[in-house]
Design a protein around this ligand. Structure first.
Ligand SMILES: [Zn+2]
Ligand SMILES: [Zn+2]
Length: 215
C-alpha cells in the first residue's frame, strides 16, 4: 500500500474486519505524514480557536467591534503539512483525500444541523466536487446555502460591490432549521463564515455556530 500524500509504501496492517470483508483500510497515509498535522494547542482564542492566543484574539475583537461575536471551533493548525494536503485535495482534485479526516468530522457538536459552505457553480465545474461536502461524506448534512458566481470585483460599481459583499444566498427550496453548525475547510479571517452566519441569522435561524478543519 502507498501513502496518498508522499507516495512511500506503508506496511499493511489489516484489521480482522477488513480481512473478513476483503477490504483494505481506506485511509492510506504513512505515519510520518500523519504526524505532521498539528492539533490546535491548548492555549487558543476561546472564540475562533486561533492557536497560541491567550484570551480573545485581535481578529475576534475586530469582529466584535462590527457587532459579530464569533463562535467557532477548529481542530488543526493550518501549517505546511496542511497546506500541501489541501493543495493535493482541492487544487489537484484528489478526491480520495476527503476521508483522511473523517473521524474528526464525527466529533462535531451534537443537536445541530450541519450546513457546508458551498462553492460556486464555476468552481464546482472546475474541481468536480465541493471539498467541504467531501469531508461530510459519512455524516448527514443539509445544503441550505448557495454561492453566487464570482464577478470581477473591479468591473462592478461601488454600490453593486457593497451589495455583492455577501457571496451567499439561501436556496429557494431550503427549509431552515433552528440550530445550524456551518462547516468550512479553513478559517482564515473569518469573513466567509461570518457572512454566512449573518445571512442565516437575518433569515431567522436562532443559533448558528461554525466549525472548520483548520484555523
Ligand atoms: Zn506519507
Ligand atoms: Zn479569536
Amino acid at each position: 500500500m502507498i501513502c496518498l500524500l508522499c507516495a512511500q509504501s506503508i506496511p499493511i496492517t489489516y484489521k480482522f474486519q477488513d480481512l473478513f470483508l476483503f477490504q483494505t483500510p481506506e485511509i492510506q497515509l504513512c505515519s510520518s505524514c500523519h504526524a505532521q498535522f498539528e492539533h490546535i494547542s491548548h492555549s487558543h482564542c476561546p472564540r475562533c480557536f486561533k492557536s497560541g492566543s491567550n484570551g480573545i484574539c485581535m481578529d475576534c475583537q475586530n469582529w466584535e467591534s462590527k457587532g459579530v461575536i464569533v463562535s467557532h471551533h477548529a481542530f488543526y493548525c493550518y501549517n505546511d503539512a496542511m497546506k500541501s494536503y489541501f493543495s493535493q485535495y482541492k487544487f489537484q482534485g484528489d478526491y480520495r483525500l476527503r476521508k483522511v479526516f473523517r473521524n474528526v468530522f464525527k466529533k462535531l457538536p451534537k443537536n445541530f444541523v450541519y450546513v457546508p459552505i458551498p462553492v460556486s457553480i464555476e468552481r464546482l465545474k472546475e474541481r468536480g466536487f465541493n471539498q467541504v461536502t467531501g469531508f461530510l461524506s459519512e455524516i448527514a448534512y443539509q445544503e441550505v446555502l448557495e454561492k453566487e458566481e464570482t464577478t470581477q470585483q473591479s468591473s462592478l460599481s461601488r454600490a453593486l460591490r457593497l451589495k455583492s459583499e455577501n457571496p451567499f444566498r439561501i436556496k429557494k427550496e431550503a427549509h431552515l432549521p433552528q440550530k445550524i453548525c456551518l462547516i468550512d475547510d479553513i478559517y482564515t479571517t473569518g469573513a466567509t463564515l461570518n457572512h454566512a452566519v449573518k445571512l442565516l441569522k437575518d433569515a431567522g435561524v436562532s443559533e448558528v455556530r461554525t466549525c472548520s478543519l483548520c484555523r
